[in-house]
Design a protein around this ligand. Structure first.
Ligand code: NAD
Length: 341
């Protein structure tokens, strides 16, 4: 895949492909670097810590908090980092989010390069500059939007990714397909190569481009960018309450959003069934064991909430979603109606 540059409104990001080590050497331009690395990835790829300063963290949702940010700030102080020090994230979405947040806040901003090592982070989390941090049991309630200087996509990391984690990445690619027209969705249907754990350059590139185009149009999420939250309103609650992988929880959230949209006559049954069939094809979940009352109670903490309303992303057809305000009361009523049947 060819390298390219994206000129986001708040800053440019170079997106580079190939061997992460070579690309990093070229991008670092002899600046001092400090790597924040997923502990497991560091074990699998010991070359990362050769001659490099590493801050190692565990990739757990429970660690994506201000405590971990504080731990990294203190390490940076100990290491006498300064504003010109280049912070590098090597890991999945959790490490990319935490490192991006630290880089945005420490010294009020340090340069950062993201090297995503999971499919989910390559296709989604590393792109767009958002860095969400959890507060207790509430997902991504704090965070920043600040573009990384460079994102390095080295798909050879995917060789060690367990198949469940690979599927977790397919989940966000499905989300990108559902919100962006029929082309990507059709490419995903009956794709035995992807199902068996290999992603083609074509699909990865299209999935990345969907996110890039949306962020280019609305970097600060005042409108269009909200559609990237398709499946996330319920997904985030399920993810933390059930301790489920992010992508898997988003799948359940997408299935619930589709059923809700259908009940409100925003989409037809064929659309919902086509989505459920695709999730099933990749062995991704579409139902939750969580009590629906737990979900409705948690909705008041959604960060897309405005007074008594919240922005919810409805499905209108494959490739077409819309973010609309709905009252919390109405959402709760329809949810209980569908899922208590
Ligand atoms: N900022 C955004 O725009 C955005 C978008 C989507 C998701 N996210 C966030 O991303 C997070 C989920 O990211 P994720 O699914 O990458 O999870 P993750 O970072 O927890 O990684 C998943 C697992 O894979 C392991 N792993 C990582 N790379 C590996 C490799 N190459 N080989 C073997 N194992 C490897 C990790 O140690 C971990 O156990 C969530 O916190 C979610 O909120 C952020």
């Amino acid at each position: 895949m060819n390298n390219f540059t994206v000129n986001f409104p708040s800053g440019k990001t170079d997106i580079l492909f190939g061997n992460y080590f070579e690309q990093l050497n070229l991008s670092a331009k002899s600046r001092r670097i400090i790597i924040v690395c997923d502990q497991l990835v560091n074990k699998l790829y010991p070359k990362i810590s050769e001659k490099n300063t590493i801050i190692s963290i565990e990739a757990l949702e429970s660690e994506k908090t201000m405590d971990t940010a504080g731990f990294i700030y203190n390490k940076l102080i100990e290491l006498k980092a300064d504003r010109s020090t280049l912070l590098i994230a090597i890991g999945g979405g959790i490490v990319c989010d935490i490192t991006g947040f630290v880089a945005a806040t420490f010294y009020r901003g340090m340069p950062v390069i993201l090297i995503p090592t999971t499919l989910l982070a390559m296709a989604d989390a590393a792109i767009g500059g958002k860095n969400g941090m959890n507060v207790g049991f509430h997902k991504n309630l704090t965070g920043t939007i600040r573009q990384p200087e460079v994102i390095i996509i080295d798909t050879s990391f995917l060789k060690t990714l367990p198949i469940e984690e690979f599927r977790n990445g397919i989940a966000e690619i499905i989300k990108h397909a559902v919100i962006s027209g029929d082309k990507l969705f059709s490419l995903l249907e009956n794709n035995s190569e992807l199902k068996s754990g290999t992603i083609s350059k074509e699909i990865l590139k299209i999935a990345m481009q969907v996110k890039i185009d949306i962020v280019l149009a609305d970097e600060q999420e005042t409108g269009l960018r909200r559609i990237l939250n398709f499946g996330h309103t319920f997904g985030h609650i399920i993810e933390l309450s059930e301790g489920m992988r992010h992508g898997e929880a988003v799948c359940i959230g997408m299935a619930m959003a589709a059923k809700l949209s259908e009940r409100l006559n925003k989409c037809n049954q064929t659309t919902t069934e086509r989505l459920l069939k695709l999730l099933n094809y990749y062995q991704l979940p579409s139902t939750s064991l969580l009590d629906i009352n737990v979900i409705t109670r948690q909705l008041v903490y959604d960060k897309k909430k405005y007074g008594n309303d919240l922005y919810f992303v409805f499905l209108e057809g494959i490739g077409k979603v819309v973010a609309e305000r709905i009252s919390h009361h109405k959402l709760e009523h329809v949810l209980l109606n569908i899922f208590h049947d």
